[in-house]
Write a protein that binds this ligand. Structure first.
Ligand SMILES: *Cc1c(COP(=O)(O)O)cnc(C)c1O
Length: 427
């Protein structure tokens, strides 16, 4: 299409959408700047936590009382697991994969994944095997995973995205039957450490949690190895420690691979403080997600990635997907990209996550795998986006604003149809 005919079209589109007064065309945005509190929702009391570290006079050490208390408190909160703090969620995944690496050379994981979750597979000298996702879970397709387990697979890495719980009971029992280790990346789903399966905890060998600033513990840089296996807890030192042992002695050359995965004590102090109100935080996140969904569920062509009324999910961000055909668009990312731009202009914190299967983000991996072999992954990557800032202190009133903006954009969509993407791409 040449520039001129495009501009005629856009002018027509502008006229049709005028009664909606979209912010992208100069109308008033639904949400004024500064109305939304961004996570990690800074509070003055975080300074009290940091002061405790300063007064302790010890800014590092894995056996710092603040770190040890945090581990104990988190362990108690989960109701089951042992916990060891490390430098990051990525470090936790690396340590856990390193621990099980003798079981087989390959690690099965979903093609819809976070590069940081999958990177440690190669760091551990192992090879990833990618499988597609279940479209209704945005998590690993359990049947596809189980079919690979006979092929020298040492572990299955189950990533729980956005706060969803990926229970996949059949994949877990198939893994057990084949001696395949089960590792859960719950960096985005802290609630998965609790008894979430009809009153029981999930059947896993290890969970990896992140405490980074974007996650529930919003603490800077921090991670956790979570397990029932005391030898895995001890294995942390074999991968990570370069100096000063867990028991406090100064040992400068212990037996270790020497990755420096010590937990940050400042971050630990904030995580320890946040843990006290974690149940409330999770409840508000879930309530906000449900409230928002109730207010937008009647819009056409939009679906949540997981059920926001599920009372055991962790709602880190609220992921949604668009059905382009229902909105008159052809398949592909155009419908989603347009909607996201229009909502952002209205002040709603919506974001596109990754747009390609995870192997396309990893060095030396792109050539061995083809996106076309993972249709559900591609479909989700083309159509999903997420609403962030669903956490307290944002409340039902903020959710109402989000919903109002969604309704405004959908009204324009129904007036203009797919041509609305001309506005979104030109402006
Ligand atoms: C954040 C995250 C990680 C990595 O955690 P860091 O603490 O940032 O290293 C791994 N996997 C998933 C799914 C994550 O969201």
């Amino acid at each position: 299409m040449n520039r001129q005919s495009l501009s005629v079209q856009v002018n027509n589109t502008r006229r049709f959408s005028q009664d909606v007064d979209l912010a992208i065309l100069g109308g008033d945005p639904v949400i004024r700047p500064g109305r939304i509190a961004p996570w990690p929702a800074t509070q003055k009391e975080h300074l009290d936590a940091l002061r405790d570290v300063v007064e302790s006079g010890r800014y590092h050490r894995v056996n710092h009382p603040i770190v040890a208390d945090l581990e104990q408190n988190l362990s108690t909160w989960t109701g089951k697991w042992k916990v060891r703090a490390v430098g990051s969620g990525t470090a936790a995944i690396h340590i856990e994969l390193d621990y099980v690496k003798d079981r087989g050379e390959r690690v099965v994981t979903a093609a819809l994944n976070w590069p940081g979750a999958v990177g440690p597979i190669a760091i551990s000298g192992l090879r990833p095997v990618f499988v597609d996702v279940d479209i209704n879970l945005a998590g690993i397709d359990q049947q596809a995973a189980a079919e690979t387990f006979a092929l020298d697979v040492g572990a299955v890495l189950i990533t729980h995205l956005f706060g969803n719980n990926i229970l996949v009971p059949e994949a877990r029992s198939a893994a057990r039957a084949h001696g395949v280790a089960v590792i859960d990346d719950i960096c985005q789903s802290i609630g998965a450490t609790k008894a979430i399966v009809n009153g029981a905890h999930i059947d896993t060998d290890a969970l990896a949690l992140s405490g980074n600033g974007a996650k529930h513990l919003g603490a800077g840089e921090l991670g956790f190895v979570i397990t029932e296996d005391p030898q895995l807890i001890e294995h942390v030192d074999c991968v990570s420690l370069t100096s000063s042992s867990r028991r406090g002695e100064r040992i400068f050359s212990p037996y270790s691979q020497g990755y420096n995965y010590r937990p940050n004590v400042f971050s630990s102090s904030i995580a320890k403080m946040r843990l006290r109100s974690l149940d409330t935080q999770l409840q508000i996140r879930r309530d906000n997600g449900s409230i928002l969904w109730e207010m937008i569920r009647d819009l056409s062509g939009i679906f949540p990635l997981f059920d926001p009324s599920d009372c055991s999910q962790s709602m880190l961000n609220f992921p949604l997907r668009i059905e382009p055909e229902t909105l008159g668009f052809r398949p592909g990312p155009r419908a989603r990209d347009s909607v996201v731009k229009l909502l952002q202009a209205e002040g709603v914190p919506v974001w596109v996550w990754l747009t390609k299967p995870v192997f396309e983000y990893l060095p030396n991996m792109g050539n061995s795998w083809r996106a076309a072999d993972f249709p559900n992954t591609v479909k989700l990557l083309d159509t999903m986006f997420y609403v962030s800032e669903i956490a307290p202190p944002n409340d039902a009133q903020v959710m109402e604003l989000y919903a109002e903006a969604f309704h405004k954009v959908w009204k324009a969509l129904s007036n203009v149809g797919p041509k609305i993407s001309d506005i979104a791409t030109i402006v």
